[in-house]
Ligand binder design. Structure first.
Ligand code: HEM
Length: 433
């Protein structure tokens, strides 16, 4: 591109904090261009967005994630030495370790554990009290994913882990006290995770061979060496923490039920509609604003030459809200995905491209299945009232949420028993499986 649009600001770091999720899309519109340059922490950075940009970004081996995230965010999320910062063959082997847990039987087991944990917890939510859906969903998810891993925790440990994992997620997006709290609590979780890995390896803690704990503890690299205790703990936390993060989508699913009013009966009766609803929750609501990387293999796109070492940010949120891809992109339409086609590059809240050979989220299928189950439980297994509260979602807060985490009250169990009609033969809503 002869004239790559450049943001005139000397540095855009503060503007990212101010514009939040809308930062890239706002400038794509302003410059009428899917690529433009900014300075981020004084370093030149190219921002890209849209379906074609995602395709360019997710070309295998083109980018490395090494050094792409500021350290405090990296430490709160994936962490040093994790799958997210590996490249090429090393990445593929480690990613395979994660993907081996994502078969249908294993996912079904996690969903069953989640439903049992939800039904166990439900009586404690009932009565006159108000509860934040975000908080209770986090607790249920933490219990389910620990059991799925092969570990049953007592209540005290479970509560501590839930608080710590939720704090890491809450603190990831913004520098300052929320981030420091997440990092401080993470140290405690890491120490615990290392000791669990050590116990599994010594045989003091028996876990079945197909559980995530066993798979990670005994995973070997190309040279036949096990992961260090520290890296094994980091990778196990890369299962625990993002599964708890699904609590934020469950909160949004509850928010959408209240604010956007999908057909509740159809959510129980029609699996295609339920899947569409869940995909629309993932498309519409904010989670990660963007992902980033450094160019490993130079390439050219729209006339601009991307050189080795250039830093690039891909707009995840703005691509999900891109009106050139999605009709009425700013509207929540529960049935949108009954017709709309999903490609590996247009619906990218958890990254895009291929799972095995790229950095697309390993937990996308888990996220979809747990969200489907949670939506069914919210509609069919309980009744509740939604008290007056602030339902707005501030897009400069990362991660974004309604201020009180979507409060519900007067919870009662209910026994609506409609079974979903068997899914028809249309294509599954995920791009690849
Ligand atoms: C709340 C739901 C989730 C969201 C929004 C989310 C989002 C993401 C994003 C944006 C990426 C990076 C994509 C990229 O840079 O190209 C990612 C990577 C990853 N996610 Fe998730 N994720 C979620 C749930 C999960 C779950 C449930 C798991 C595991 C059980 C998981 C495990 C991972 C792993 C291991 C990676 C690194 C993959 C790689 O580098 O190859 N995530 N996720």
């Amino acid at each position: 591109m002869a004239n790559l649009p450049k943001d005139p600001a000397l540095d855009s770091t503060l503007a990212i904090l101010k514009d939040g999720y809308n930062f890239i899309q706002k400038r794509r519109r302003r410059f009428n261009s899917d690529l433009f340059q900014i300075r981020l922490m004084l370093q030149p950075t190219i921002c890209i967005g849209g379906e074609e940009a995602a395709e360019v970004f997710y070309e295998p081996e083109r980018f490395t994630r090494k050094g792409a995230l500021p350290k405090p965010i990296l430490w709160s999320l994936q962490d040093e030495g994790s799958v997210a910062v590996l490249d090429a063959a090393e990445h593929h082997r480690r990613k395979q370790m994660f993907m081996s847990m994502m078969n249908p039987a294993s996912i079904a087991k996690l969903v069953d554990l989640f439903e049992s944990a939800w039904r166990e917890a439900l009586p404690h939510w009932c009565g006159d009290k108000s509860i934040a859906l975000l908080d209770v969903a986090n607790g249920v998810l933490c219990q389910a994913v620990c059991r799925w891993s092969g570990l049953v925790l007592n209540k005290e440990t479970l509560d501590s882990r839930t608080t710590e994992l939720a704090a890491m997620i809450d603190g990831a997006g913004t520098p300052g006290p929320r981030n420091w709290r997440g990092l401080w609590l993470r140290r405690r979780t890491e120490k615990w995770a290392r000791s669990v890995i050590a116990q599994v390896r010594r045989g003091d803690l028996e876990v079945a061979p197909d559980t995530p704990l066993s798979i990670i503890a005994f995973h070997e690299d190309d040279q036949g060496a096990r992961l260090s205790e520290t890296i094994a703990a980091v990778e196990w936390l890369n299962i625990l923490r993002p599964t708890v993060a699904i609590g934020r989508y469950i909160m949004f699913a509850g928010h959408a039920l209240h604010v956007h009013k999908p057909d509740r009966q159809r959510l129980l009766d029609d699996d295609n509609y339920l899947t569409s609803y869940v995909q629309e929750v993932r498309r519409y609501y904010p989670f990660f604003p963007f992902t980033g990387g450094f160019v490993r293999q130079p390439f050219e796109w729209r006339g601009h030459k991307f050189a080795k070492g250039d830093r690039v940010l891909l707009d995840l949120y703005g691509t999900n809200r891109d009106e050139t891809i999605w009709k009425n992109a700013e509207q929540f339409e529960a049935g949108r995905f009954l017709d709309a086609e999903i490609t590996p590059f247009n619906l990218i809240p958890q990254g895009g491209g291929a799972f095995d050979t790229n950095h697309r989220c390993a937990g996308e299928w888990i996220t979809i299945e747990l969200l489907k189950k949670a939506s069914r439980l919210l509609v069919g297994a309980m009744s509740y009232e939604v008290p007056e509260q602030d339902f707005s979602i501030d897009l400069s807060r990362m991660p974004a949420q309604p201020p009180e985490g979507f409060v519900i009250a007067q919870v009662r169990p209910s026994t609506q028993t409609s079974a979903p009609k068997a899914a028809t033969t249309r294509k599954p809503a995920t791009a690849e499986r």
